[in-house]
Design a protein around this ligand. Sequence first.
Ligand SMILES: N[C@@H](CCC[C@H](N)C(=O)O)C(=O)O
Length: 282
Amino acid sequence: MAGMKLQFTKMHGAGNDFVVIDATRRPFSPTPALLHRLADRRFGVGCDQILVVEPPSAGDVDFNYRIFNADGSEVGQCGNGSRALARYVREHGLSDKPRIRVRTATSVLELAQVDASHYCVDMGVPRLEPAQIPFKAAARAARYTLTLDNGEPLEIGVASMGNPHAVIRVEDVDLAPVHELGRALQQHPAFPQSVNVGFLQVQARDRVRLRVYERGTGETLACGSGACAAVVVGRLWGLLDEKVKVVVRGGELEIQWPGENQTVLMTGPAETVFEGEIEWPN
Ligand SMILES: N[C@@H](CCC[C@H](N)C(=O)O)C(=O)O
């Protein structure tokens, strides 16, 4: 039996790659098997996240924006994906507004075009109370010490950008045990919804290097919300200026955060790779 054709667009933001689906013209009901097929780099299309553009659920936003990790888990934030989404809605004739607002499961974001391939996103105010992350701690602090399974202590900072992040300072991101420590923190009982784990190397007050071991995906070439969380934590630790260049494996992002109760601005690239369609189920 022939299946239906599902159209998609392959995009990326600094190497964090996406399959983007338009659900404004026809409904998209993702099953775990379909999400797996779209994300699979060998048997499917391949991506870190699947992004779905939906009609707005209320008049205060232009679109709803759903995000699925490669493992099929639905989450509330994807910063690089939001820039891709901004480009997608322009290129697909869904909006020609210079600035649009989108709602995710946890946040409302404002997206604006900067030039042909760069977009700026107002990522909202970072959430720093442990319960908002969620992170198990008696009270808010700039630094927390976790005990790992092997008994070793580990100093971290935490922040939510609409999704949970832990940040670890390292001397050199190239030598950091990103996969081992990333997995250990994701399974740590202090993070009841698991966590994205950022490894931050401070090179100057306005320049850092970052690697992120993402929840539901593993290490990606860039993580937009991770870059925001790393700069927020770095600022709370007194290491960084208001505007910081974040160098990731797939490119560069610029993050600006004036401080407490202020929103975080993220600027970076969004690229379209190709348009495609798959037959589903096949
Ligand atoms: N790549 C993203 C974050 C995607 C979601 C994350 N893996 C989670 O589970 O929270 C970004 O650019 O922010």
